[in-house]
Design a protein around this ligand. Sequence first.
Ligand SMILES: *[C@@H]1O[C@H](CO)[C@@H](O)[C@H](O)[C@H]1NC(C)=O
Ligand SMILES: *[C@@H]1O[C@H](CO)[C@@H](O)[C@H](O)[C@H]1NC(C)=O
Length: 194
Amino acid sequence: MRTSTFSLTSLPLFLLLFFFFFFFSLKAITAKNLIPETCKKCVQDDPNLSYKFCVTSLQAAPKSSSSDVRQLGTISMNLIRHNMTSTRQHIKHLLKNTKLDKFLRVYLEDCLDLYSNAIPDIKKALRSYKAKQFRDANVRVSGVCDAPVTCEDGFHEREGLVSPLTKRNNDAVQLSAIALSIINMLGSLGFKLI
Ligand SMILES: *[C@@H]1O[C@H](CO)[C@@H](O)[C@H](O)[C@H]1NC(C)=O
Ligand SMILES: *[C@@H]1O[C@H](CO)[C@@H](O)[C@H](O)[C@H]1NC(C)=O
């Protein structure tokens, strides 16, 4: 008699615990797979984007492993902001060199302008994104992405000039592709499901 009382009262508790653990392990698995899943979609949207770059960049960001897609979008835009701010500092540093080739200087100054204008725009893009104005966010991030492209093209206009910013420009373009793809994923969902 005593045993059956025990099992009857503990059964709901057992079930509760079971569902509790089931739910949380499922949530953990989903979050862990979300970055590769999201990056797969991003690469489908833009074949120039490297899957490995996407996964590594997002995984390196703090809290990304517990983020949903919307938060990954925010993370990607913050990565662009940090990246571009650091590149802007780097250009300023390069320009301090008084022995700089005069043509290199001209193009670096163009790049400084481009990056300086793009940084406030990425902040605006993030604001639009947080307000769920995905169309606005898309237009702004596309604009921001022109900065590294135009900067890089400049150096190639002149024969013999080597861009000192190729890797940084590429990083900015790739990060923008990630952000754009996530913005479009959410935009096309129209948030009907959320
Ligand atoms: C991919 O890169 C090529 C060459 O740089 C460019 O012409 C093309 O527009 C890019 N595609 C996308 C989707 O950005
Ligand atoms: C820019 O972002 C990429 C990808 O997250 C990273 O590998 C690179 O170190 C960053 N560059 C700078 C200058 O912050």
